[in-house]
Design a protein around this ligand. Sequence first.
Ligand code: BJW
Length: 252
Amino acid sequence: MIILATDNQIQKVADQLCIAKSVAVLTGAGVSAESGIPTFRDSLTGLWSNFNAEELATPMAFRKNPELVWQWYYSRRIKNSSCKPNFGHLALAKMESKIDDFSLITQNVDGLHQAAGSKNIIELHGSLQNFICFDNHHHIENHIVDSSPEKPPYCSICGSLARPGVVWFGEVLPELAIRSSMEALEKANIFLVVGTSGQVQPAASFGLIAQKNGATVVVINPDESARIENAIFLQGPAGEILPKLVSLTWPT
Ligand code: BJW
């Protein structure tokens, strides 16, 4: 049974949120769980049940078996296209409309924040909407990707294989995304950490960085293991806690 944060606990965060000048949010896979997208560390199901997501999301895995990795991403892209933003995504879009200085840093590659109407989004780990070539990062057009479900097509410029435009383990994150995140963490009065296990760097350190910069950090997650020391913990699913937080902060 999941213990839910009380209205009283949520109200205390709402009281701070309504006077905050600058707010930053970090989201992870948990924010899309209620849209039907499995979290990264959920065991894979169906055809993929014998695989480990952490072993598929690496350049080594792609070099070893490009077709396998391609098919995994292709199937996720198809699944994503039938998923819709949930109440958590929508609440974050509403929050942005109420706060002048608002940054949404996401580790997700599913595009659901954009679909919910969020605007100032920093995609730390890339996007499943973008495909690039393995050797030179040339852009690969979506219609070429869509016509090749079984194996990665070749880049028309350099002939190397296409790959998803996401950040795999051992790869550096986009420089602009890191710089924009650091700027957001420098000025935030409140930093919300929603639906992430906090196991993957560098995003896992953002809570600590925000605290050092003087922000109040609030973790929203059904699982206690996501707690951050000295942060407020609102236990529960993002799709329940975020809408409540928004309606208690801005009642009309
Ligand atoms: C709900 C919910 C509901 C469920 N509501 N919540 C320092 C120390 C040690 C290692 C490193 C280090 N610095 C870098 C590394 C190496 C590595 C790393 O962190 N390894 C760790 C595993 C130890 N990091 C990197 O390689 C990064 N690169 C880098 O730092 O470059 C410089 C460098 C390289 C090498 C060495 C040193 C420096 C790149 C990381 C790229 C991560 N990429 C992936 C794949 C993206 C593409 C794809 O989607 O396929 O990103 S991995 C995967 O993990 C994905 C996610 O974005 C990311 C985070 O996962 P997330 O979102 O937290 O999901 P889950 O599943 O873990 O958790 C879900 C949470 O939701 C849970 O808490 C649930 O309870 C919760 N939940 N229902 C709210 N309804």
